[in-house]
Design a protein around this ligand. Structure first.
Ligand SMILES: Nc1nc2c(ncn2[C@@H]2O[C@H](COP(=O)(O)OP(=O)(O)O)[C@@H](O)[C@H]2O)c(=O)[nH]1
Ligand SMILES: [Mg+2]
Ligand SMILES: [Zn+2]
Length: 382
């Protein structure tokens, strides 16, 4: 099977096409198990509390991550080989082996029991162990701790988080210098989400054929971000595109950026096999549609993997504290300790080293404005 095939046709591993024995055994699996719907989340908090003595930061992505990883710890030695979760089909999980072959797996019964009640116990990008039954049916035998994860608030209950991607090596923040105009406040929010979740971000300023991006590129480069100034439609030999492609080698990536900035064009220019449609509001997910788990991930050239996910825009910033935000803005964090008050929010306090740095043009005004915007608009009740 072609490695780059987007379709879900996985041949002999498809559920429903297996032999009678497999079907019989499947019928004996309790149909009411919560894993039947991977996006279910009732009882989650209660369950997690049972597995943890202290209850702090109980809604933060970081804490959910720690809890998930604790669940993977005391597992008995899992059998089989390692793979990465790349899609879902009902209660079946698609796992891609290191060789690029995909298997539609059940989840081992003991594991199912252990994970009962956990919200998003398995998501796109998760590393797992998988094996085959004597009948040849693939199953997930164990989970491997996550390096990081991305979560967003439930559309109906803002205090619940859905994890939609795990082990993200790079958040590619795409913006355009013109058409639409560059929005540094949006770049800064994505940077915040990346840092808060311990994910390496990079900034791509696209449509550089339409305008000069040096001003913004220089500021972000000074903050030690990797910045790529690309043009994805006019010049297919763009050296920045080559450099970006090289940078993404071997990484599992998530792409973020508003509609129309050229995300699909950019990906097509680097990875023609993707053949994404250009000019669509959203590549695979309708705007406003609330999907709870990421659809799938695509293996590309160079062992780069693209996680196609809805909802990065809705990633929760609201649960962060003012201090979280201040410390994740690199330029603001650099002055934070020089403020008169150790709990300075850098907005109205006297003796604020951050405001002084803005006046001295050591911190860009637009960076400070986006910081103030996050503090005043995005945080829950700080
Ligand atoms: N001038 C110019 N136009 C581009 C560039 N990249 C994409 N576009 C155009 O911008 C529009 C939106 O592109 P698309 O890739 O669909 O953006 P997406 O919504 O972020 O996926 C299309 O009309 C593209 O042809 C670029 O580098 N320069
Ligand atoms: Mg697109
Ligand atoms: Zn201050």
């Amino acid at each position: 099977m072609s490695k780059n095939k987007r379709g879900k046709n996985k041949g002999q591993n498809r559920p429903g096409q297996r032999d009678g024995l497999g079907r019989l055994r499947r019928a004996s699996v309790k149909p009411t198990t919560r894993l039947g719907n991977l996006s279910r989340h009732s009882d989650d908090e209660e369950y997690l509390e049972q597995h943890e003595g202290t209850r702090r930061n109980h809604h933060t992505g970081e804490s959910l991550l720690a809890k998930f990883n604790r669940l993977t710890e005391d597992d008995e030695e899992p059998s089989g080989i390692q793979g990465v979760v790349c899609g879902f089909q009902g209660k079946f999980v698609d796992v891609r082996s290191m060789q690029g072959e995909e298997f539609t797996c059940e989840i081992r019964t003991a594991l199912t029991k252990k994970l009962q009640g956990v919200r998003n116990p398995i998501c796109i990008g998760d590393r797992v162990y998988f094996d085959k039954t004597p009948e040849g049916d693939p199953f997930i035998s164990g989970l491997i701790p996550r390096d990081n994860q991305l979560a967003r608030a439930d559309s109906h209950n803002k205090s619940l988080l859905h994890v939609f991607a795990a082990n993200v090596d790079c958040l590619i923040i795409v913006t355009s210098i013109l058409a639409p105009d560059i929005k540094p406040a949006l770049i800064d929010r994505y940077l915040l989400i990346a840092h808060y979740n311990n994910i390496e971000p990079i900034i791509v300023i696209n449509k550089c054929d339409l305008g000069n991006a040096d001003y913004y590129a220089d500021i972000y480069k000074q903050l030690e971000y990797d910045v790529f100034c690309t043009s994805s439609t006019t010049d297919k030999t763009d050296s920045e595109l080559e450099r970006l492609k090289e940078y993404l080698k071997g990484k599992q990536c998530v792409v973020a950026g508003q509609s129309g900035v050229g995300k699909s064009s950019l990906l097509n220019a680097m990875f023609p096999s993707l053949a994404l449609r250009v000019g669509e509001i959203s590549d695979t997910h309708q705007k406003g549609r609330h999907t709870t788990t990421a659809a799938q991930s695509f293996p590309l050239e160079h062992e780069t993997v693209l996680i196609d996910t809805p909802g990065i825009r809705e990633c929760a910033i609201s649960e962060m504290s003012v201090l979280d935000v201040a410390l994740h803005y690199r330029d603001i964090a650099a002055y934070h300790h020089e403020c008169k008050f150790s709990n300075c929010t850098h907005i109205h306090e006297p003796g604020c080293a951050v405001k002084e740095a803005v006046e001295n043009e050591d911190i860009s005004v637009f960076r400070y404005e986006s910081y103030v915007g996050v503090i005043s608009e995005d945080l829950a009740d700080n």
